[in-house]
Ligand binder design. Structure first.
Ligand SMILES: C[S@@+](CC[C@H](N)C(=O)[O-])C[C@H]1O[C@@H](n2cnc3c(N)ncnc32)[C@H](O)[C@@H]1O
Length: 350
């Protein structure tokens, strides 16, 4: 049992801070007969946790919720990491805009272009934060692996699923000392192919439930809650990035921001392999849709229109403009594999 002065000293904090947490209901020490608060070892332990979590930005409300429900703090830390990466990118975007503003402020036509830059920045911030899961992947997580086996629909988006994942895995040609990232990893089917090879993998997904299933199947995975438009990864952290059946949940515009995010997090010589639903280009999309319409396959038309199958030519153009070598392989009219490797920046001054 300890008094408040001793606890404050032991934890390197102030009595005022401890009282504040008491007022917020995070701890409830008993009072001795002389009126002094008495802290048990357990309460000192809780205070230590509270101080550490406050330091990394968790609110007293969240901490109280976790303590009240005896929750695992890891989940709260995962949320916090995801949010911090989002914040970090927003600060970077803002700094870059300020730099550009300083640059143009030296010139005559400054006001107009500063306004344009501010608008661009606002649009970018919105893009990074506005993506919403309207398919409710959390609810799909438990049955996902069974559902992809389903055949017999008039339109089966999972036709060639296993072939696509195997080829994506093979095309990466990962070596033992590399570290990979799977974005939109879901239940970790593609991640698993690399893990079998002994390659450490980070699985990023915006769905907690998908990541839960992934971690149950592959406990060695480094699961990270986060999304395509602000990846919970440091610059150049990945040797390779893979993604299967996920990018088509982003609009074509957002896909380009997602490619830029992959580029940020990919090391020199890095490669990206994407297996996803897409069309070769816009006229291919129209002709495929027309043929489904003509054959009365409404299931196919609705499925395609509910998502954002990529325009493959647009993805390839983005990569080529950013110094990547690209290769493509179609499995069927809507499922393609894309391989992109950073080559022009491979060896500086090559
Ligand atoms: C159809 S599942 C594919 C899962 C797995 N990659 C596979 O091939 O089986 C799509 C996954 O992408 C994730 N996803 C969709 N949009 C995302 C986004 N913007 N950021 C991160 N994950 C996303 C979903 O949560 C879901 O787990």
């Amino acid at each position: 049992m300890m008094k408040i002065t001793e606890v404050a000293k032991k934890l390197g904090t102030t009595q005022r801070t401890i009282r504040f947490y008491e007022e917020k209901g995070l701890i409830a020490p008993k009072k001795a007969s002389n009126g002094y608060r008495i802290y048990t070892e357990e309460e000192v332990g809780d205070l230590r946790t509270i101080l550490a979590l406050r330091e990394v930005g968790l609110s007293t409300k969240e901490i109280k919720k976790a303590l009240d429900h005896n929750d695992d703090f890891t989940n709260y830390l995962h949320n916090q990491r995801s949010w911090l990466y989002e914040e970090m990118l927003q600060i970077r975007d803002t700094v870059a805009t300020v730099e550009r503003m300083i640059e143009v402020s030296r010139r005559e036509e400054e006001e107009e272009s500063m306004m344009d830059m501010a608008r661009e920045l606002k649009a970018l911030k919105e893009k990074r934060t506005n993506w919403r899961d309207r398919w409710n992947f959390d609810e799909q997580a438990e049955d996902y692996d069974d559902n992809i086996k389903t055949t017999g629909y008039r339109f089966n988006v999972h036709e060639h699923y296993n072939e696509a994942l195997s080829k994506a895995h093979a095309w990466v040609e990962a070596s033992a000392e590399e570290r990979g990232v799977d974005i939109g990893a879901g239940t970790g089917n593609l991640t698993g192919l690399f893990l079998q090879q002994g390659i450490p993998m980070v699985a990023v997904d915006q769905s907690k439930e998908m990541l839960k299933v992934c971690a149950e199947k592959h406990p060695q995975t480094d699961t990270r809650l986060g999304h395509f438009l602000s990846l919970p990864l440091n610059d150049k952290e990945a040797d390779f990035i893979v993604s299967s059946y996920a990018l088509h949940h982003l609009t074509d515009e957002d896909k380009e921001l997602a490619l830029a995010e992959m580029d940020r997090t990919l090391g020199d010589n890095g490669r990206v392999v994407i297996a996803d639903l897409m069309f070769r280009d816009d006229s291919h999309r129209k002709s495929v849709l027309e043929s489904y319409q003509e054959s009365g396959n409404e299931e196919a038309v609705e499925a395609i229109e509910d998502e954002y199958y990529a325009d493959r030519s647009r993805l390839i153009r983005w990569w080529e403009e950013h110094g990547y070598k690209v290769e493509a392989h179609p499995f069927n009219s809507i499922l393609h594999l894309l391989y992109a490797e950073k080559v022009e920046r491979r060896i500086p001054n090559e």
